[in-house]
Ligand binder design. Sequence first.
Ligand SMILES: *Cc1c(COP(=O)(O)O)cnc(C)c1O
Length: 434
Amino acid sequence: MIEKTVTSLVEPCDPQLAAILQSEDERQAAVLRMIPSENYASPAVRATLASTLSNKYGEGYPGRRYYQGQQNTDAVERLAIERACRLFGYPHANLQALSGAPANLGVYTAFLKPFEGRIMAMRLDHGGHLTHGSPVSVTGQWFEIRHYGCDEQDRLDMDEIRRMALEFRPHVLVCGYTAYPRVIDFARFGEIAREVGAISLADVSHIAGLIAGGAHPSPFPHIDIVSFTTHKTLRGPRGAIILSQKPEHAEAIDKAVFPGLQGGPHFATIASVAVALHEAESEGFRNYSAQVVKNAQALAAQLMEKGYHVVSGGTDNHLLLVDVRKSAGLPGKRVAELLEEVGVVLNFNTVPNASDRQKPLFPDGIRMGTPSLTTRGMKENHMAAVADFMDRAMKNMKAGKLEKDESPWKDPAAAAALTAEIRAFALSFPTFTW
Ligand SMILES: *Cc1c(COP(=O)(O)O)cnc(C)c1O
């Protein structure tokens, strides 16, 4: 419904762009969206993004702005802060960081001196994020980094992490990941950080919705600072929140975000986040977040039953990784590309304990998650159908080097039939349900 309103308003002004918008609406309805960091936000969340708040400037924070005319923007930002604090149990919240990467940069620059600050975090190829000190990110160029990884069971080894922290003495100890399917022991991370005198940071971008809905343990009161994107499992607009406990931390973060890194806040986004936080306080959202995990576990179990190598042997959260090279001798990138051809959209991903052929752009694994499918109303029994679609597609993929113009499918007609079947299946679900 909101899709039609949007395109009908844009169409008369800019038909060329309206056609692209409509094509994306149709794509999102017709495929199985399994990128674990994506979701379908509610019509109310998306409508708020189009509000007149988008026309307003307001550098500063509620009650202390550099421009006049802030009666409504102050009310919006105060409401959003109040809801974020209530939902996650932290006394301070900053909602101005424009997205996850700038939120993390805000935290680092609040507490660390360039070229002196030390950050300890998870390595990228084991599930860490670029902003956790990758050499291609300024976070890896401006700060001294030590990375920890997973053990042979694809799990965090907390004793090893403590040993490294005692040796490296980080100023900020980071937990929270983009591709780790297991519960994070926030209590233990907080304990280690206190022992070495570090600030603990949990970047819970992926699992914020699970924490809000009670499907993953909370970082409170163990972790000092919590940063996260609002558009993943939390099901809001693209944005970010930074929570903190100590007033001196909150003050440093507020200053780092504005004026340290940014100019005027995006009030339409902050208002839209407020709507998402309101939704996240509902019973329906608790059910959704529990179902996200049940669906991921059902999908993992189905894939393992069909002989696929699921990293760490399953999942506790919304995502899972499959080592497709170990499972079927297939490279992750080819699998992701061919799955998209039949209508299953996920991403290729590095996996821990991979073969020596693995490279970031040529990894051994694929990563998938259930938030979007769950928002569409799918349950465990539908995950059996999804696993079956994926299995049929992967069994039909050629493993070896392909000649120019050679079909990557063993049976191209079967791939075409499967594409039609997946499309019909996807279209039988709405894009948003409670
Ligand atoms: C998604 C993500 C980010 C970055 O968020 P953007 O909105 O893409 O900048 C940061 N950290 C983690 C752990 C993430 O999963």
